[in-house]
Design a protein around this ligand. Structure first.
Ligand SMILES: [Zn+2]
Ligand SMILES: [Zn+2]
Length: 192
């Protein structure tokens, strides 16, 4: 016997990211709070910083039934790991976002009058929180994260961190003719 229903369905896979609206109740005014950790899927971040795959995203949410659907509000928090965009040192910081998202019921006016891109949907009685939480977190993440605001980055000449170099560190890009002269008279210069 084959069970093709799951494969064919576009409903969210039940898991920590998914809420079942039957638990909340469809009557306007009923509500339920959810506090749980959901593992970050791959790609939960930007080029240089993000939530590592599998790391917990702490969800602290209230789900309220309203006429048009289910209103989700609350916070999501996680630890970010990344690289300083100037010196490439590993960095870690915390992120917390506020979420306020309506998930429209399939037979609601909202469902009939809006696009799925504009307002999220309840699909097969389920709410998939992951896209909205990810979108909100990506917006909050720095595109050019830094280990500290005054990070000087790397010397373009040798790739060593400026923090580890002396203030007068330079790479002289000398005309070869001057280099030859300097080799001849360099000794004198040092003695003076
Ligand atoms: Zn840095
Ligand atoms: Zn250098």
């Amino acid at each position: 016997m084959s069970q093709n229903r799951d494969a064919a369905s576009s409903a969210p896979q039940v898991g920590p990211w998914v809420l079942d609206t039957r638990e909340i109740g469809h009557r306007a005014g009923s509500s339920r709070s959810y506090t749980r950790d959901a593992p970050a899927p791959a790609g939960f971040g930007l080029d240089m910083i993000g939530v590592p795959e599998g790391a917990p995203v702490e969800l602290d949410l209230l789900a309220e039934s309203v006429v048009e659907g289910v209103l989700i509000s609350g916070t999501a928090a996680a630890d970010l790991a990344g690289e300083c965009s100037r010196c490439l040192d590993p960095i870690s910081e915390e992120i917390e976002i506020e979420l306020r998202e309506l998930y429209a019921f399939p037979d609601s006016t909202t469902d009939a009058t809006t696009d799925e891109d504009e307002v999220s949907r309840v699909v097969d009685e389920l709410i998939d929180l992951e896209p909205a939480v990810r979108d909100a977190m990506l917006l909050e993440m720095p595109t050019s994260p830094v280990c500290s605001e005054d990070c000087q980055g790397l010397c373009t000449g040798c790739g060593v961190k400026w923090a580890e170099l002396s203030p007068d560190h330079t790479h002289e890009t000398m005309d070869p003719r001057w280099a030859a002269l300097r080799e001849r008279f360099g000794g004198n210069e040092e003695e003076n």
